[in-house]
Design a protein around this ligand. Structure first.
Ligand SMILES: N[C@@H](CCC(=O)N[C@@H](CS)C(=O)NCC(=O)O)C(=O)O
Length: 221
């Protein structure tokens, strides 16, 4: 049995929870807060969540975990079967994470956690985000799923990160950069919102957010 460790406010945590729900993998959740990092650094060297505990040992980095889960549980695959298509799907995922979400993340301190980010960081992040979103726009298909006619791992990644990027660009720049670069995104998110497992992770996220806010701890992502 896989144990998913982290907390349900995290988009990287919810990416893996969605993957396991969609693949029908039996798993349990263990509440681990990122600010308790010294207590779990042996499982996740950077002290980041999520990480998983398995019968083999623990594993961190959500994309590595996703690929492990795909190989460990090949029934109900979340990647295309053809070799090159699989690589293209991963190319889209990498751009979503490294060049879009990871850039927007520099602004979460202000967009989600009540802190302040410098004007220089905002300017720099905007430029890089434009480049990243352009790359995503070039690779995304929205037909109707982000990588074609079948739901894939890229949808598990895109959905959770789009929620964060949209909120952040509206809050920080007063414009929805996601919609500017990806005109099909609203219809896509509406389609995804119909999926029962997406509804589960979003409901759980609301509950996790309420518990987190009640703790009144200092955390900025
Ligand atoms: N590249 C990592 C990113 C994970 C990540 O940034 N997690 C955040 C929560 S969403 C975290 O642990 N933040 C606390 C920290 O960086 O100290 C992955 O894909 O798992």
């Amino acid at each position: 049995m896989i144990t998913l460790c982290g907390f349900g406010v995290s988009n990287y945590y919810n990416k893996l929870k969605l993957v396991m729900l969609e693949k029908g993998i039996p798993f349990q959740e263990k509440l681990v807060y990122p600010w308790q990092r010294e207590s779990f650094r042996q499982h996740s060297p950077l002290g980041k969540i999520p990480y998983i505990e398995t019968e083999y040992g623990s594993l961190s980095e959500s994309q590595v975990i996703l690929d492990f889960l795909e190989e460990r549980y090949p029934e109900l695959p979340l990647y295309p079967t053809a070799l090159f298509e699989r690589a293209k799907c991963r190319e889209l995922i990498q751009n979503l994470e490294l060049n879009a979400e990871w850039v927007a993340r520099r602004l979460y301190k202000e967009s989600f956690f009540g802190g302040n980010v410098s004007e220089e960081t905002k300017r720099e992040a905007k430029e890089r985000l434009m480049i990243g979103l352009q790359a995503v726009a070039q690779l995304a298909q929205f037909s109707p799923y982000i990588f074609g006619s079948v739901f894939t791992a890229a949808d598990c990644v895109a959905y959770v990160h789009f929620v964060m990027i949209e909120h952040t660009t509206v809050k920080i720049y007063g414009r929805n950069m996601l919609e500017e670069f990806l005109p099909d995104v609203a219809a896509y998110m509406a389609l995804m919102d119909l999926r029962p497992h997406i509804q589960t992770i979003m409901e759980d996220r609301q509950a996790a957010l309420a518990s987190f806010l009640a703790l009144d701890v200092k955390y900025d992502g």
